[in-house]
Design a protein around this ligand. Structure first.
Ligand SMILES: O=P(O)(O)OP(=O)(O)OP(=O)(O)OC[C@H]1O[C@@H](n2cnc3c(O)ncnc32)[C@H](O)[C@@H]1O
Ligand SMILES: [Mg+2]
Length: 202
């Protein structure tokens, strides 16, 4: 088994990364930050998801020497010119409070009519190793922001997001349904062959 570190402090995100990646990369042993010695994580200072995913994955490699994957993600709302974007986790402040983030976003969109409530979940996933080129992919899921909070699955903004073609929020979908269409599912399926090849060559 070849070890890969998933460098995320978000338990729910880590669960998704682990359950999507494990069955599609043969021989992978997925570790979380709880399985390695603690290290100082870099502040997410880049203006793009890609930049922050690279910051997180490179810091993980530097601290552990393990091949490492990081996801930087968020919700980009058309009517807010793409915000919260890279600020999604901290939209209502540094506490990273999901419920406060959701209420703030709903309030900001109160006067936005249904036809202008388009949004996308975006994830950039970086795969970094010692002495190899960094790999980077991006996945998106288009949909819209509804006017209430619905569902108990998923995490973060899932309770207020309905993917195009659906009438349930992504918090009301089964995990299989969410993974099949999500930004994270798409980006991990895109990077999986690269990870598999790298591990096979190790
Ligand atoms: O940086 P790490 O340690 O991975 O954990 P984090 O929660 O800070 O992760 P990000 O910096 O990538 O911020 C992503 C935020 O975007 C939101 N988000 C991302 N993916 C989501 C999803 O699938 N469903 C709902 N909200 C999501 C959620 O609020 C996340 O906290
Ligand atoms: Mg973060």
């Amino acid at each position: 088994m070849s070890k890969v570190l998933l460098a995320s402090n978000n338990k729910k995100k880590l669960e998704e990364l682990r359950r999507i990646l494990t069955p599609i990369v043969p021989g992978i042993e997925v570790l979380g930050l709880a399985d390695v010695a603690p290290y100082d994580e870099p502040p997410e200072t880049e203006p793009t998801f890609e930049g922050n995913a690279l910051l997180k994955a490179r810091a993980a490699v530097a601290a552990t020497g393990l091949p490492s994957i990081a996801d930087d993600s968020g919700i980009c709302v058309d009517a807010l010119n793409g915000m919260p974007g890279v600020l999604s986790a901290r939209w209502a402040g540094p506490a990273k409070d999901n419920h406060a983030n959701n209420l703030l976003l709903l309030g900001q969109l109160e006067d936005v009519p249904d036809e202008r409530r388009g949004a996308a979940f975006v994830a950039a996933v970086a795969f970094c190793r010692p002495d190899a080129e960094d790999e980077l992919v991006r996945g998106e899921m288009r949909g819209s922001v509804i006017r209430e909070l619905r569902g108990t699955g998923g995490f973060g903004y899932d309770v207020l997001f309905v993917a195009d073609g659906y009438d349930r929020t992504t918090a009301e979908l089964s995990i299989e349904e969410k993974d099949a269409i999500s930004h994270r599912g798409k980006s991990l399926r895109a990077i999986a062959p690269i990870v598999a090849k790298a591990l096979g060559a190790a």
